[in-house]
Write a protein that binds this ligand. Structure first.
Ligand SMILES: Nc1ncnc2c1ncn2[C@@H]1O[C@H](COP(=O)(O)OP(=O)(O)OP(=O)(O)O)[C@@H](O)[C@H]1O
Ligand SMILES: [Mg+2]
Length: 257
C-alpha cells in the first residue's frame, strides 16, 4: 500500500498539488484521473521521488519516502517499476537487452539467469518472438508491452504508469490495460496509473482519485463514477460522447421503471 498525506507541491510560487491525501491499495489498479494539466504527472513524480514535495508524507507500506536513509532508499527504489509516457525503450538495444537492462544494473545474477528472467517477462507480456528485434522494428503496442516486461523485470512491489495508453488505438489500449491489471493481481503489486482514458477508468478503475487543478475532487471506484453527482467529475467523464450516451440511456431506463 502506498499512502500520500497532505502533499503540497508548488513551482515558482504556483501551487500545483494542493493538500492531496490518498491511499493506493496493494493488489489493485489505482487510478489517478483528471484533465490535462491537473497535476497527475507531478503527483506521480512526487510519489516516486523524482520531485520533492514542499510538505506532506509519502508512505510505502509504512516507510516514509522523504525521510529514508540512502541505503533504505536504494532498497525501496529496487521495489519500484515504472512505465513512463511513451515507452522509452533504448533504440540501440534489442527488446531482450532492454528488458535485461534493469537486471544488468541491479542484479548480481549471472548472465544466463538474467536472460532467463528477461525471457520469462517477455513471455508474460506475450512478446517472446520479438526478443531479438529492435524497437524501430516493432509496433507501438509491442513497444508498450516490452516496456511493461522491463518494468516488471526486477519483480517490483510497486508499479507506476503514466498514461500507459497514450498513442495506442482503443483495442490495443484495452489489451495493455488488461495486461497491467493481470500482472497487478499475479504479483500483488500496488499499481498506480495516471490516465484520462475513460475506457481505462471503466475497465480497471478499482480505486480512483479525480484531481482538478491540483485539488482532490472525488474518490471512488469505476462503479461509482457513472452514478456520481460530483459536478466536476461529471463534466470530466461526460466530455466523452460515449459516456454521455450511457447516461442518457440510464436516464431513459429509470423513467420507464
Ligand atoms: N517542472 C515544472 N516546473 C514548473 N511547472 C511545472 C513543472 N512540471 C509541471 N508543471 C506544471 O504543473 C501543472 C500540472 O502538470 P502535470 O504534468 O502534472 O499535468 P497532467 O495532469 O499530468 O497533464 P497531462 O494529462 O497533460 O499529462 C501544469 O500546469 C504544468 O505546467
Ligand atoms: Mg501527465
Amino acid at each position: 500500500m502506498v499512502e500520500v498525506k497532505h502533499i503540497i507541491k508548488s513551482f515558482d510560487g504556483r501551487v500545483i498539488l494542493n493538500d492531496i491525501s490518498a491511499i493506493f491499495e496493494t493488489g489493485k489498479t489505482n487510478l489517478i484521473i483528471g484533465q490535462s494539466g491537473s497535476g497527475k504527472t507531478v503527483l506521480l513524480k512526487t510519489i516516486i521521488g523524482l520531485l520533492r514535495p514542499d510538505s506532506g508524507q509519502i508512505l510505502y507500506d509504512g516507510r516514509n519516502f522523504v525521510g529514508l536513509k540512502k541505503r533504505e532508499l536504494n532498497v525501496l527504489r529496487r521495489e519500484m517499476g515504472m512505465l513512463f509516457q511513451g515507452s522509452a525503450l533504448f533504440d540501440s538495444m534489442t527488446v531482450l537487452e532492454n528488458v535485461m537492462f534493469p537486471l544488468d544494473m541491479f542484479s548480481s545474477d549471472p548472465y544466463k539467469e538474467r536472460e532467463k528472467r528477461a525471457m520469462f517477462c517477455l513471455e508474460r507480456v506475450n512478446l517472446p518472438d520479438a526478443a531479438h528485434l529492435y524497437p524501430s522494428e516493432i509496433s507501438g503496442g509491442m513497444m508498450k508491452r516490452a516496456a511493461i516486461a522491463r518494468a516488471i523485470a526486477l519483480n517490483p512491489m510497486y508499479l507506476f504508469c503514466d498514461e500507459p495508453n497514450s498513442g495506442l488505438d482503443p483495442k490495443t489500449s484495452l489489451l495493455i490495460d488488461d495486461l497491467i491489471h493481470d500482472i497487478t493481481k499475479d504479483y500483488k503489486m500496488t499499481t498506480i496509473i495516471n490516465t484520462h482514458d475513460m475506457n481505462s477508468v471503466m475497465n480497471i478503475g478499482e480505486t480512483i482519485i479525480f484531481i482538478k487543478e491540483g485539488v482532490l475532487e472525488w474518490r471512488g471506484t469505476s462503479d461509482e463514477v457513472i452514478s456520481s453527482n460530483n459536478k466536476a467529475l461529471n463534466d470530466f467523464v461526460f466530455a466523452s460522447d460515449l459516456f454521455r450516451k450511457v447516461k442518457e440511456i440510464e436516464g431513459q431506463e429509470q423513467e420507464k421503471k
